[in-house]
Design a protein around this ligand. Sequence first.
Ligand code: KG4
Ligand code: ZN
Length: 341
Amino acid sequence: MILAIDTSCDETAAALTEGRRVISNVIYSQILIHKKWGGVVPSLAKRAHEKKIDKVIDEVIKKAKKKDIDYIAVTQGPGLAVALEVGIKKAKELAKKYDKKLVAVNHLEGHIYSPFVQNSKGNPNIDFDFPYLVLIASGGHTSLLIFKDHLQYQVLGETVDDAAGEALDKAAKLLGLGYPGGPVIERLSQQVDNKDFYRFPRPMLQSNNLNFSFSGLKTSFYYFLKKINQADKLLNIKLLASSFQEAVFDTLIKKTEKAINLTKINHLLVVGGVSANLRLKTLMKRMIKKHQGKILFPPNKNLTGDNAAMIGVAAYYKVLQNKWVRNIDSLDRIPRLNFNF
Ligand code: KG4
Ligand code: ZN
């Protein structure tokens, strides 16, 4: 069994996993702490992680019937330096105290494995069928990559500025909708029929590469809101939220489609916090059908956002390849960890 820890951003998460199965999974979200600041405040995140980490680990162990832990896994990066630090310190401490092997996991690798995470009974039981095209859409990342085989990735494109979730969060802030913005925007957009009323610009669709950019859209949204008066803004808030969401999702869909055409890979994984969005799921399914492909999402909401279960499962595949940390003391966080490891 693997005890996995993730403190990469604003959730303190621990899980016990066995192969691809989740034995127990605990996520303490700091949303209430950061909400009033309209985004994650690093110093508050650090303090909250420190306050909760022991409790979250105790709880995850208490919930499991079996307690035979063989490995400790921890997110090394990417993420918030002061937040990552808390999980890594704890993981090192536990690995030494109980003489366990320590596995360092890339947070994005965790997201990539999330569609394959199973419940304690082994469901859903989907076999790996490489290669996959992966779209990661979260608060910190928007990336397209090829998942070639276990632990083998090739990055095709990334955002050059804001991530998709970050763009949704910023738009929600401009609309006065609070943090995090993605779920609120989703809820408002469900209440309108004409989902793309304003037709905001689609960033980077003209460019020939597979990179994303959302800052142009954010700026044009900002100036559009400045132009209209407060009453109009409030009156049309659902249409504004929905049109912004459509512009972001249209970009995600078209770039993913471009990647399918380029790579001829029509097995798609869509992961990360934004992949919880039902509108995105519908649009992605529609697109992949045109390409006679298959699509997988994380099986439930606990696995779309940040969690430690996905870290435990990715760690399992690292253990199978003997990829654990040889010198525990030397393990350090890498806030900008990428796929060249
Ligand atoms: O993966 P995640 O929990 O954390 C990161 O690794 O960044 O992603 C968080 C992001 C936030 O920007 C949040 O607004 C967005 O995911 N999000 C959503 C939804 N739920 C969370 N975006 C759109 N629709 C949702 N239902
Ligand atoms: Zn994440």
